[in-house]
Design a protein around this ligand. Structure first.
Ligand SMILES: Cc1cc2nc3c(=O)[nH]c(=O)nc-3n(C[C@H](O)[C@H](O)[C@H](O)COP(=O)(O)OP(=O)(O)OC[C@H]3O[C@@H](n4cnc5c(N)ncnc54)[C@H](O)[C@@H]3O)c2cc1C
Length: 337
């Protein structure tokens, strides 16, 4: 008999996990996604989708490096196999500037073509932007735009025999007939799991028309701004307001973002604003990726949690999906005994 797996959530984390399970088990398993909503109404649909680990709090560095590398390889494969347009994947140069003597992050060792910015080059950025940078690095990275990537994944998932049901799960007992449940509800795990360590990290951005802007610029200081091109617009950001669950864009944030971005790239004063957006990054002290069990009507059902990816859900999605598959194997082996 085929084993039945339920995935809760159709954001970038739920969809990549669901697909990776299908890829591993093929016809031997039936995967159903239950989700309150889907693209274009997920957190990822607000994101610029830049591959660059960010706001992952105390998640161990070795895990971040592993998951980020596996996701980078996945984007690379889609890109080189000709799916860049359909999956919304682009490659672009990134200038990442640092303040307050912050050191270059460890993940730069796996970034493509990474180089330190120092000496005269650093002075030039300091003078041009009028910001007292203390260091920086350049690299080449992918952007993966959820508004294209998620529908792309949904289509593959459905073509593989998967089903997406628009249904809010209030209680795991609604899924008691499944062999394994995978919880990918992002910020909403705060309620579903009563997990008080989940805290929103509010992010506000603007989408602007700036067809001349082809590279990403990040001022990594506490209230620094960023400029990230996507295929049909450029994203100006941002904010990272902890424990703030307001999804309405605010004028004062937009004003600060525009001012900060123009200070770095003055020609942005020409840019037409297309849209203001705000979203809630699923912050947590550590990403929760673990196998537990839950008692549902005298039956112990394995539940795999995969949430709390902060500002890195796109960057880490495929690596985390691989770990979900490993946990599914353990869960199914145990339940056979
Ligand atoms: C402004 C901003 C910029 C960002 N930039 C980047 C970036 O450049 N790079 C990067 O890697 N990351 C970025 N992020 C972070 C990234 O977007 C998130 O980490 C990621 O989208 C989280 O994905 P998720 O699938 O866990 O959550 P979500 O996208 O929130 O998905 C959760 C899913 O669960 C469903 N759901 C919730 N509760 C229930 C329930 N009870 N029953 C059924 N379904 C339920 C929802 O409907 C949804 O489909 C950014 C975020 C923001 C806000």
């Amino acid at each position: 008999m085929k084993r039945k797996i339920a995935v809760i959530g159709a954001g970038v984390i739920g969809l990549t996990a669901a697909l990776k399970i299908q890829k591993e088990y093929g016809e031997n398993i039936v995967v159903t996604i239950y989700t309150a909503d889907k693209s274009p109404n997920t957190t990822g649909d607000v994101a610029a989708g830049l591959w660059a680990p960010h706001l992952v709090q105390d998640t161990p560095e070795d895990k971040i490096l592993k998951w980020a590398k596996e996701t980078q390889d996945f984007f690379w494969k889609l890109w080189k196999d000709g799916y860049a347009l359909d999956a919304g994947i682009s490659l672009q140069p990134v200038v990442n500037l640092l303040c307050d003597d912050t050191s270059i992050p460890k993940w730069s060792t796996i970034a493509i073509g990474c180089n330190e910015i120092k000496g005269k080059e650093l002075e030039r950025f300091k003078n041009d932007h009028k910001i007292p940078y203390t260091g920086g690095f350049t690299f080449t990275s992918f952007t993966c735009e959820s508004t294209k990537f998620l529908p792309f994944l949904e289509n593959i998932f459905i073509n593989n025999g998967g089903q997406i049901k628009i249904k809010k799960i209030e209680n795991f007992s609604q899924l008691k007939d499944y062999d394994v449940i995978i919880n990918c509800t992002g910020i909403y795990s705060k309620i579903l799991m009563s997990d008080n360590s989940v805290k929103a990290i509010r992010g506000q951005i603007l989408r602007v028309e700036a067809s001349w802007q082809f590279h990403t610029v990040i001022d990594d200081s506490d209230d620094g701004c960023y400029i990230i091109p996507n295929a049909n617009c450029v994203i100006l950001g941002g904010t990272h307001q902890l424990d703030d669950e307001d999804t309405k864009p605010r004028i004062e944030d937009a004003t600060r973002i525009i001012k900060g971005c123009k200070q770095m790239i003055p020609s942005l004063h020409e840019a037409k604003v297309l849209r203001h957006q705000a979203g809630l990054r699923p912050g947590r002290d550590q990403i929760r990726l673990e196998l537990t069990t839950i008692n549902l009507g005298n039956k112990l059902v394995p539940v795999i949690h995969n949430y709390g990816h902060g500002g890195s859900g796109v960057t880490l999605c495929y690596g985390c999906a691989g770990e979900v598959v490993d946990l599914v194997k353990i869960a199914l082996t145990k339940s056979k005994l």
